[in-house]
Design a protein around this ligand. Structure first.
Ligand SMILES: Cc1cc2nc3c(=O)[nH]c(=O)nc-3n(C[C@H](O)[C@H](O)[C@H](O)COP(=O)(O)OP(=O)(O)OC[C@H]3O[C@@H](n4cnc5c(N)ncnc54)[C@H](O)[C@@H]3O)c2cc1C
Length: 343
């Protein structure tokens, strides 16, 4: 019987990752439903292929060609699960575009994810690193998700606590890494029209427009404006946004570093821990605007590594390693990549 899915061989992945890395997948398939996803997984088992699931490719670095099957998730659909005067519960297919979902919610007056406007990628990848921006994280609106267990092919529901969300972290980066595929995500959004605009650059943007009590649409517009002024557009220069996580260090280490680097910024996380901006460390280590072949550090935002054209995954990985080495030497701090390294 012919397969209902279209498995292609030797596919260039550059159109499918925002870094624009020219890696090749041995096999590649686009799936639009859970049943197609199951067929793809069975194909990989029958043919003993490794698989990886790809959404928007905005948080991956292909360090080499992918020897296996890349499954491009395009499972769509947005469903209102419940609707009351105060809130709405919404379930979205994992292959939906995240920013389009945000715009849909903003348009309907459903508040809670407007601060996460313009984050590239798919809904299904949002829980992987608990996406966050401008004072809001996915966890703040998250209810549950559905996933497909790769081994058993069972569909399971995971609650918020089971996802174990942290700063750019979740169970999917740890115990469940490469074991499950998220197929839908359910969010609880507010109809109270009470957006969070405490984040300094957001507040400043709104203030400059004379807006004291913004609507969720005004917050979304401000987030989009601030992001566009700060972050390079992957359509213009390949990148994956922040390449490293902002390190969280003990207060005593922060206090010690402050003696040598009095202008080191820091944001308390707990009584004992401080988050320091990785971009600041990289800039002070002298990397802003530097290149390693076609791989480079952005000249305005040192946390963003860029592809100046035809950079290989290896070149970017090497650059990342050099940066980690000099930040470690100068500050005794380990930088951990936020981006998922795929080999
Ligand atoms: C310009 C730019 C700005 C960014 N800004 C932010 C920001 O402000 N905040 C932030 O948190 N992130 C940011 N990012 C990172 C990125 O957009 C997010 O991490 C996003 O959620 C990735 O979605 P994706 O669909 O592109 O994931 P992909 O890159 O396709 O995948 C990322 C990882 O998740 C896995 N994965 C993908 N889909 C699934 C699924 N359905 N089930 C299981 N595993 C899956 C993949 O295998 C891979 O390991 C930015 C990236 C760029 C390029």
């Amino acid at each position: 019987m012919p397969s209902p899915i279209d498995i292609k061989e030797k596919v260039y992945l550059s159109p499918y990752n925002t870094m624009g890395i020219q890696a090749v997948a041995d096999f590649f398939v686009e799936v639009h439903s859970v049943s197609e996803l199951k067929v793809a997984l069975r194909y990989s088992k029958t043919n003993a292929l490794r698989t990886m699931i790809l959404g928007g490719g905005s948080n991956v670095l292909f360090t080499t060609d992918f020897k296996g099957l890349v499954i491009l998730n395009r499972i769509e659909g947005v469903e209102i699960v419940s609707d009351s005067d105060q809130e709405v519960i919404l379930k979205a297919g994992a292959g939906e575009n995240w920013h389009e979902l945000v715009l849909y919610c903003v348009d309907k007056g459903y508040g809670g994810i407007e601060n996460l406007s313009l984050i590239p990628g798919t809904v299904g990848a949002a829980p992987i690193q608990n996406i966050g921006a401008y004072g809001v994280e996915l966890v703040d609106v998250f209810v549950e998700l559905e996933l497909l267990d790769r081994e058993s092919e069972d569909i399971r529901t995971l609650s918020k606590s089971e996802c174990n969300f942290g700063y750019r972290d979740s169970v999917f980066k740890r115990e469940l890494k490469d074991k499950v595929i998220i197929t839908s995500v359910t969010l609880k959004l507010s109809k109270s029209g009470n957006p969070n605009y405490e984040y300094a650059s957001l507040k400043q943007n709104l203030k400059s427009k004379g807006i004291d009590e913004p609507t969720i649409k005004q917050v979304s517009d401000a987030v989009i404006e601030v992001r566009q002024s700060k972050l390079p557009d992957p359509d213009e220069i390949g990148n994956t946004g922040s390449f490293f996580k902002n390190p969280v260090i003990p207060v005593f280490q922060y206090d010690e570093l402050k003696q040598t680097f009095p202008d080191l910024p820091g944001y308390p996380v707990t009584e004992r821990q401080v988050k320091v901006p990785a971009g600041w460390l990289i800039e002070k280590a002298g990397w802003k605007g530097k290149r390693n072949g076609n791989a480079g550090v952005h000249d305005k935002q040192a946390l963003v590594l860029v592809n100046h054209g035809n950079a290989t995954g290896e070149e970017l990985l090497e650059l990342a390693g050099l940066i980690q080495g000099s930040v470690k030497e100068k500050f005794e701090i380990n930088l951990i990549p936020e981006v998922n390294l795929i080999n």
